[in-house]
Design a protein around this ligand. Structure first.
Ligand SMILES: [Zn+2]
Length: 203
């Protein structure tokens, strides 16, 4: 929905401050399930991690906490960029690029430290041979975040006008406003229709 792995991970909480809050990565099995659905983990790898998590609950809980820390970093960092992209004030708590990088770097360093370079069809790709590490999914997400941060695509990053979700606007004239028309676009349209009608009644 966000159009990028790093944003999809940042968007794993529905209605973050509202009554219908739902965290799609709220527990370790949910984090693994989400990662398998989105293709970050292979199905057999996800099964192996879920099996290992039952034997090593502390390791999987530590991974869950790191995952939530990484998500917080991505949300703060990319929301700030999205606000700047749309000409809105980015808030008073802006971190310097150095401070942002200090937060993200341990995740990127860990990903690179354990990676191997494997030949693909027309280019090389990073792979992680030890597939049973409980935090295997965090590596791809951390590198995806670095990739977006250093890509020209970053200028297309936006925040939905109706919810906190982030997305890449791939429309030609940068006119997209909602994370998904079917979710927030419709809600927003109904809201505007209702307030227009209310205004007409008042006048
Ligand atoms: Zn939305």
């Amino acid at each position: 929905m966000g159009g990028h792995l790093a944003l999809d991970f940042a968007n794993t909480v529905d209605d973050p401050e509202g009554p219908e809050r739902y965290d799609h990565a709220g527990t370790y099995p949910e984090l693994v399930g989400w990662s398998a659905r989105i293709g970050v983990l292979r199905p057999d790898q996800a099964d192996a991690l879920l099996g290992a998590a039952e034997e090593h609950p502390r390791a999987s809980f530590a991974t869950l906490r790191r995952a939530h820390a990484l998500r917080r970093i991505l949300i703060d960092m990319f929301t700030e960029v999205a606000m700047i992209n749309s000409g809105q004030p980015a808030g008073t708590e802006r971190l310097t690029p150095t401070a942002r990088w200090a937060e993200l770097r341990p995740f990127v360093t860990d990903a690179i430290a354990h990676a191997q370079l494997a030949p693909g069809d027309s280019m090389y790709q990073l792979t992680w041979p030890e597939t049973t590490r409980p935090d295997a999914m965090l590596r791809s997400i951390a590198l995806a975040a670095l990739d977006l941060l250093t890509s020209p695509q970053l200028s297309r990053l936006k925040k939905c006008v109706a919810c906190p979700w982030l997305f890449l606007d791939q429309s030609k004239n940068l006119s997209r406003r909602w994370c998904a028309m079917s979710v927030c676009g419709t809600d927003e349209k109904i809201r505007r229709y209702v307030s227009r009608r209310a205004a007409r009644r008042r006048s």
